[in-house]
Design a protein around this ligand. Structure first.
Ligand SMILES: Nc1ncnc2c1ncn2[C@@H]1O[C@H](COP(=O)(O)OP(=O)(O)OP(=O)(O)O)[C@@H](O)[C@H]1O
Ligand SMILES: [Mg+2]
Length: 522
């Protein structure tokens, strides 16, 4: 009966409930920066103010972005990198887990370095560090990626053997930049030397815990096997190339598994951090280097990871780390609560929303908006260095990207019979707009066309030609139309016949299956 009830409510809870305490968006002077010294992202949702991002007023230049698959993270990253290179002449290094940026980087005139396919990185390079410090880092990396921390004796043996390997190559433990009598830089050992040292110890048979020794050897051998010794050979990758060549894609997709990929990513981050530490932070325009970690996995999750450390160290160096993930809980809370800017694209799951809301402390109104976002819509949370009277989280109508590239590719390899391949094109390219027009002409409706286009985008704009034909036939496009499209983009008659024969075979094996799923899995 209309009785007032008094209860305790925390300030945090009140701020969540109340959306009108603050003005809805930061003021113009915060959003609308000098376009020659900031990056245009999009317009705010309520007042339609153009938002130009810079890090001058935030705690640091680092960025986190999260959102479900297809929400627009990669598109945003591409747009961001292109604009940063225009505005600040920034270099970018994409640590490309799945090889998803390769084609785009090549097309944009950037450089692709593929670890595991001819490029090596020696884990025992010093990168300007003292051996003593590098050993600590290597041990920390091994602790993150293997079970070595559970076995103190094996850990000690490993550490000791690494030290011995440096000593064998004439290094002193606490000196940087070491040279031989002729003034040439010393050659660092590799993990193979470390394994050899442990094996020698084992063959002497005098060590009292042989099983510990064997296990320590076994653990390291996974990185030194011929054909999988990507991190146990002298480096062919130069840090200069990675950091000063404009746009660079460090492709990790050729490495055998997640452990190898994480090892590559961590080692690179460590070397880069050291490099930046030597240069130090200088107050100048823009950012020298943007390092992108898309789908960070262990690299972003573990508080002992170098990614987390870099972000905790804040504004010390002239580089920005850009961490993106579908799953916010794969990004350590320490990252969200320390990065200067967070972009939240569409997030659906309550578990993830709770995590974000608890870490960033935004309103329930914001939460409900985030769940409803369409592609490219986002909330921005900025950690301002000084106290402010305006909200630190606001909505963008859309990330206004430039379509980074307009070409699509049909991969042709599966259409050729073995020997023909030699002098045939591996893929055939055509303009996206051209395909859209043709598909419309074939009577496909807009939503089908969007589906085809998003499949190309998801696959880095490459689809196998046979799958493409099966897909169009599923959508009801007549063979005569498909034939004329293929002819138009330059496929010869004999190959077209091959393609249809193989398409029939594929359809036979695919009864009831969802071809879009098949294409995505290919
Ligand atoms: N801001 C935007 N404006 C227009 N189109 C966009 C925008 N963002 C994304 N898209 C389009 O939406 C599709 C999916 O985007 P994107 O690949 O960036 O998603 P993602 O979040 O990286 O997904 P995943 O987690 O699967 O990698 C692409 O076709 C892209 O071109
Ligand atoms: Mg992506």
């Amino acid at each position: 009966m209309g009785r007032l009830k008094i209860s305790k409510v925390s300030n945090k809870e009140i701020s969540r409930r109340n959306i009108l305490v603050h003005p809805p968006e930061p003021p113009m002077h915060v959003l609308f920066k000098d376009p020659s010294n900031s990056i245009f992202i999009g317009r705010t949702k309520m007042l339609h103010v153009p938002f130009y991002w810079t890090f001058q007023e935030t705690t640091n230049p680092h960025i986190a972005a999260c959102g479900i698959t297809g929400s627009g993270k990669s598109y945003f990253i591409k747009t961001f990198l292109v604009r940063a290179s225009f505005v600040w002449n920034s270099n970018s290094l994409i640590i490309d887990w799945a090889g998803e940026y390769k084609a785009w980087v090549r097309q944009t005139g950037g450089k692709v370095i593929s670890l595991g396919k001819g490029s090596y990185l020696n884990l025992l390079d010093l990168g300007g560090m003292k051996p003593y410090n590098r050993i600590k880092q290597v041990m920390r990396t091994l602790a993150l990626l293997t079970d070595v921390d559970k076995y103190p004796e094996q850990k000690r043996l490993t550490e000791q053997a690494i030290e011995k390997a440096y000593v064998e190559n004439k290094f002193r433990m606490d000196v940087k930049e070491q040279r031989d009598e002729l003034g040439k830089p010393l050659t660092p050992p590799t993990l193979k030397d470390v394994v050899r040292i442990l094996e020698e110890m084992s063959s002497m048979g005098t060590y009292e815990f042989p099983a510990e020794l064997d296990n320590a050897i076994y653990r390291l051998r996974q990185f030194t096997r011929p054909g999988e010794d990507f991190f146990a050979q002298q480096s062919t990758v130069s840090m200069d190339d990675l950091t000063t060549s404009g746009l660079v894609d460090l492709d990790l997709s050729g490495l055998p598994d997640e452990t190898f990929r994480a090892l590559g990513a961590l080692a690179i981050l460590q070397f880069l951090k050291e490099r930046m530490r030597m240069v130090g932070w200088s107050k100048k325009k823009g950012i020298d280097l943007i390092i992108v970690l898309d789908e960070a996995w262990k690299i972003g999750k573990d508080d002992n990871s170098d990614a987390v450390m870099i972000i905790r160290e804040g504004r010390k160096y002239n580089f920005a780390l850009f961490v993106a993930s579908q799953n916010p809980t794969d990004i350590s809370e320490a990252i969200f609560s320390n990065v200067g800017t967070t972009f939240i694209l569409k997030v659906k799951f309550d578990k993830f929303l709770n995590y974000l809301q608890n870490t960033l402390n935004f309103s329930n109104f914001m939460r409900s908006e985030i769940m409803k976002f369409g592609v490219g819509q986002c909330a921005v949370d900025m950690a301002f260095a000084a106290a402010t009277s305006f909200p630190s989280t606001f909505l963008l109508d859309k990330i206004e990207g430039e379509e980074p590239s307009k070409e699509f590719f049909l991969d042709m390899e599966s259409a050729y019979e073995g020997k023909e391949m030699m002098d045939m094109a591996r893929s055939i390219s055509f303009l996206k707009e051209n395909m859209k027009k043709r598909l419309l002409g074939f009577g496909l409706d807009e939503s089908r066309i969007e589906e085809v286009i998003s499949l190309f985008d998801k696959k880095n704009r490459h689809i196998d030609v046979i799958s493409f034909v099966v897909l169009l036939e599923r959508y009801g496009v007549a063979r005569s139309n498909i034939t004329s499209f293929l002819k138009e983009v330059g496929v010869d008659d004999a190959t077209i016949i091959n393609i249809f024969t193989k398409a029939d075979r594929k359809k036979g094996g695919l009864v009831g299956g969802d071809i879009t799923q098949v294409i995505l899995e290919e």
